[in-house]
Ligand binder design. Sequence first.
Ligand code: NAP
Length: 485
Amino acid sequence: MLKKTSHFLREANFIGGSWVEADSGAAIEVTNPATRQTIGTVPKCGRAETRRAIEAAQEAFQSWKKTSANDRAKLLRKLHDAIMDNQDALAELLVMEQGKPLFEAKGEVGMSAAYILWFAEEGRRVYGDVVPSPWADRRILVTKEPVGVIGAITPWNFPSSMLARKLGPALAAGCTAVAKPASQTPYSGLAWGVLAEEVGFPKGVINIVTGSASEIGDELTENPLVRKITFTGSTEIGKLLMQKAAGTVKKVSMELGGNAPFLVFDDADLDRAVEGAIIAKYRNSGQTCVCTNRFFVQDGIYDRFVEKLVEATKKLKVGSGLEDGVQQGPLIDDGAVEKVEELLADATEKGGKIATGGKRHDLGGTFFEPTVLTEASPRMRLMEEEIFGPVAPVFRFKEEAEGVAMANDTSFGLACYFYTSDLGRAFRVMEGLRYGLVGVNEGLITTVEAPFGGFKESGLGKEGGHQGIEDYLDTKYVCIGGLGL
Ligand code: NAP
């Protein structure tokens, strides 16, 4: 176990370049979900501390926005290197507070570094336009400017990389930031402050506040100095933040819940589909926004797919994320386990059959058995609700159009996956699915080079790709007249 002296485990908030306590001295306990032991505490801050962080960010913005994109890129590259130099320590910290297996945590930290490097370069390509003028003596310029101070709120399931996707483009664009990590996993968020300080970001460019979600959220959304809210989390809280941000007409980016379908057609490469299914379902114990929530399998291949999926699921090693060979850690808390149990009870009452798993794991705590449920039907709650746990419900369909219609029958639209070896079908289905991310014969598709973001109630805006920096920029039209041309 990581020693409490680890210099990334910061029990203070980072405001205006200083490490501070909450004004009241109140603190939140942080628990290791695998051992249920307390790791430490973080400050329970509220509106006053958040306001000071916003003011520090606003002051820093006055000079940060004037730095060259090249100078910002140099600092971001140093940040990338610092993350990679400390990949093991940062990954261990992440496992301790979040529970995912160490190899996944290392992957997440590597992904964080990759986002920072990507946006370091993208910041140097924020091009404007010179537009052909309709007037002989006037010229038209279109320029891009950083929006100003941004407020970033992130969830517990990817406590490092969800901040990287926001801090990377914000800092590269010339914005400054106030970030609020999830209360269950604050240390990976606070580690960004440690890293920022070490690589020499000016005071106030990055601020990190932990504590009361509603108080911090209210200050971030209501304070007129904040010009953009970028949020990753549940659709419910996303909608609330959009309403609150409307009061001062801020830009918003929303990465919200998912309900990913995974379709397997009769002509699919079965082994490849099962391999993809395991990654797309059980990664992070099923607690990702892009995790498969519903498998739709065509009649002709259904039984063989289930047989192989069950076989592969039974091989998954469950345990503490820091143990060798573990592929599935605990769920984040008791509430998560209870939700999984409720959804399974509802499904079995409505005719679902447990093919493997289906109950709490012998390890106790919040460990849950990797589970396959067959004969799933649209009347079950898990057709629309995010399971956020290691349960794979397998629905049956006959015709291609029926499978696509079932997959689209949800208010969400984040990720989807499908397996086929027919090229025509691949295009038909890809065009028919109303999702922002589509994996064709692939179960793990996130990469910094591509735009990540949902349709419908899964969100607004894109993170990653060349699109990922746009939301941090304002576009300005400049008309220069009286040129005497
Ligand atoms: P959540 O309950 O919405 O919390 C996310 C963040 O919002 C946390 O920092 C939380 O703070 C904060 N928050 C809660 N209430 C708030 C309020 N009234 N005002 C301001 N902030 C508030 O979501 P979660 O359970 O942590 O995360 C799981 C959800 O995130 C799932 O729905 C998942 O699909 C989604 N997600 C989406 C993506 C994507 O890219 N689309 C990626 C990952 C996760 P506290 O922790 O202090 O409560």
